[in-house]
Design a protein around this ligand. Structure first.
Ligand code: BES
Ligand code: ZN
Length: 464
């Protein structure tokens, strides 16, 4: 067996020698507009699945298949080298968020380009770039003869729309998915100077509200002031969802929130988070959020409520004097451990109905939900990841809870009884879900190296 140091040299050399091709292959995937939320792109979503399968086969898996679902397909692949060795199940997603608004992109979202060492494209970081690191880590380990355990891949096309069909898949395929660990790269790090590992994800309740006033649009002069305007009313109702301390006002909303101890909050306080850089990156003069909590606490350990979109009435060019019949909003609530998204959705619905004046009708339609998840830091996997960071980055990673959601992670635990290691290499500046999403080539290649080294340390520790 090769020593870990010589393995590391071979892995790093291989990644360096093949870097340009690794980037070009990712570009091919980024050129496919696999937007899961939009029917218009459904053919492309399928093409992306096929490309992922092809690349897995080229990287060296001995089995790869596409599993159709009621929605978008799931790509499953495996490389089993020895039944007696540990098995890691890699999870990722090849679907992306819509690229709208297109006009705010400096280059077209599905025509990837490299600028200042970063790859710009929708999905560059979330999650095509991060998912593809695992395909290239497999290739790297096979080509340098350093693959120390079995790997399975489960790459889905519906993460950005709630992973409902993946939930069915994992419940049906428990045997196929047998493993010792789930490995995911779909989160971010504090910074390249302070690498971190995500140990917490928030849950989600996402819904749409519709407020109806009169049953038809009206002349805003003839009726204005005498009939409820649903946009005015909706704005007022949304305003009532948070109080002056920026706390959510829905009765019962905080009842089950797991409060952290003073010691646990002390640990968060010590995390080297640069709030000035944060403000500068976002071009804001002041941060905003629930009183009494820091920024990292607001996104990591506290729930939140946001309007994601609001519309109604006339939004075209010029002016049209109209009192609209309807107004709409899409609202998300990010949840933390012990909050249940079904219950939160119900509490929201009851409260929202209760604050509506009789002059309007309110309809609330739930979309998807996600259960919050925490991952352990005292596990073999976390220690192995820590060693891998130490050897590639020269620094041990800081455990940190993040604000986003990956719906399937909690189900990996409850359905497959498996912990996840959230080994993400993104940065806040990647602006995922936003125009000009990007992913640093440095993070892409370092990610491939760190993942490959993770396997070395993980397999070593699992032997003992
Ligand atoms: N990669 C993100 C989740 C994420 C981002 C976690 C940053 C931690 C840090 C993921 O692809 C995502 O955006 N998920 C959706 C899930 C939702 C649609 C159910 C989210 O969080 O909005
Ligand atoms: Zn993602």
């Amino acid at each position: 067996m090769k020593e870990t140091t010589s393995k590391k040299a071979e892995i790093l050399d291989y990644v360096e020698a093949n870097k340009d091709r690794f980037i070009e292959e990712l570009f091919e995937l980024l050129r496919i507009p696999s937007v899961s939320a939009d029917k218009k792109f459904h053919g492309d979503v399928k093409r992306a699945a096929e490309y992922v399968k092809k690349q897995l086969l080229e990287a060296g898996v001995d089995r790869a298949e596409i599993h159709p679902t009621k929605g978008h397909p799931i790509v499953y692949a495996e490389k089993i080298i020895d039944e007696n060795l540990p098995t890691v199940l890699v999870y990722g997603h090849y679907d992306v968020q819509p690229a709208d608004p297109y006009e705010l992109w400096d280059s077209p979202p599905f025509e990837p380009v490299v600028k200042d060492g970063k790859i710009y494209a929708r999905g560059a970081a979330d999650d095509k770039g991060q998912m593809y690191m695992h395909v290239k880590a497999l290739e790297t380990m096979l080509q340098t003869d350093t693959l120390p355990c079995n790997i399975k891949f489960m790459i889905e096309g519906e993460e950005e729309v709630g992973s409902e069909n993946l939930e069915i898949f994992i419940k049906e395929k428990k045997d196929l998915l047998k493993a010792d660990l789930i490995l995911v790269s779909d989160t971010s790090m504090l910074s390249n100077e302070n690498p971190s590992i995500c140990v917490g994800l928030r849950g989600l309740s996402y819904l749409e509200v519709e407020v109806t006033g009169p049953d038809k649009d009206l002349h805003s002069g003839m009726y204005g002031g005498a009939v409820a305007n649903p946009i005015n009313i909706l704005s007022k109702m949304i305003g009532q969802l948070q109080d002056d301390h920026n706390r959510v006002t829905i009765p019962g909303f905080y009842d089950k929130v797991q409060e952290l101890s003073a010691e646990e909050r002390e640990v968060i306080k010590k995390i080297p988070f640069d709030v000035e850089r944060y403000k500068k990156e976002l071009n804001i003069d002041e941060i905003h959020g629930e009183e009494g909590f820091s920024t990292l606490e607001r996104t990591g350990i506290r729930p939140s409520l946001d309007v994601n979109g609001i519309w109604g009435g006339y939004t075209g060019e010029g002016a049209k004097t109209v009192l609209p019949s309807k107004a709409y909003a899409k609202i998300s609530m990010r949840l933390v451990p012990n909050q249940d998204h079904h219950e939160i959705t119900r509490l929201f619905t009851e409260y929202f109905q209760s604050i509506a004046p009789k002059s309007v009708k309110v309809k609330v339609t739930p979309h998807h939900g996600a259960i919050p998840a925490l991952t352990p830091t005292d596990s073999v996997a976390f220690q192995a990841a820590s060693d891998a960071f130490d050897s590639v980055w020269g620094k041990r990673p800081i455990p940190i809870r993040e604000g986003g959601s990956i719906p399937i992670v909690a189900l990996f635990k409850s359905e497959l009884e498996l912990d996840s290691l959230l080994l993400g290499f993104g940065l806040d500046s990647d602006v995922i879900h936003s125009p000009n999403e990007n992913y640093g080539i440095f993070n892409y290649t370092r990610g491939i190296e760190t993942i490959s080294m993770f396997y070395q340390h993980y397999a070593d520790k699992m032997k003992k």
